[in-house]
Ligand binder design. Structure first.
Ligand code: ZN
Length: 171
């Protein structure tokens, strides 16, 4: 974990103290990324800032790293940069949640000690696409754009387009 921070922390205590932490975490630490990420040899740059604002205890953070994932079209590895930011407002009940200003995303605190690594991993999972694809020019499977367009046309068949086709056939 980040220097000076254990894996489980009291988020309120950190927010009251206004602590900031920054550092790097090995990608291999995030076990749940396993299925979507092919190699986990890199690092994630993590920056966390705890504080209080408008009566809300919060965690503001950013995560940046480069992952190697599998392109779901050609099944070859591709580099995927991830750069995400978040602003969590801590809530313990519905009332606190309803009062939370819009800029905060609610982070439910159900016990004093929170697994901070799990919170960070959730954010990484959200930032990674469900199905990563190379851009068409980089992918090893060449897409014939004409075929793609035709496919899109036929998928768009509606009762009205059938009608239009019938009308057209009359002439
Ligand atoms: Zn590809």
């Amino acid at each position: 974990m980040l220097s000076g921070l254990p894996q489980t922390v009291d988020l309120y205590r950190l927010a009251m103290a206004g602590e900031s932490h920054a550092g790097r975490i090995k990608e291999s630490v995030f076990k749940r990324l396993g299925s979507s990420v092919r190699q986990t040899e890199g690092w994630v740059d993590v920056s966390l800032q705890f504080g209080e604002e408008q009566g809300v205890y919060y965690l503001r953070g950013s995560l940046a790293g480069e992952f190697t994932v599998v392109c779901q079209r050609c099944m070859n590895p591709m580099d995927l940069p991830v750069d995400t930011r978040f602003l969590f407002g801590f809530v313990r009940n519905k009332e606190e949640e309803s009062r939370l200003p819009e800029e905060f995303e609610p982070l439910w605190i159900e016990q004093v000690e929170v697994d901070l690594l799990a919170v960070i991993e959730d954010e990484l999972l959200l930032a990674l696409p469900m199905a990563a694809l190379h851009s068409p020019t980089e992918c090893l499977v060449q897409i014939d754009s004409a075929v793609v367009n035709e496919q899109a046309e036929s998928d768009r068949t509606t009762p009205f387009s059938v009608l239009a086709a019938l009308t057209r056939n009359k002439h």
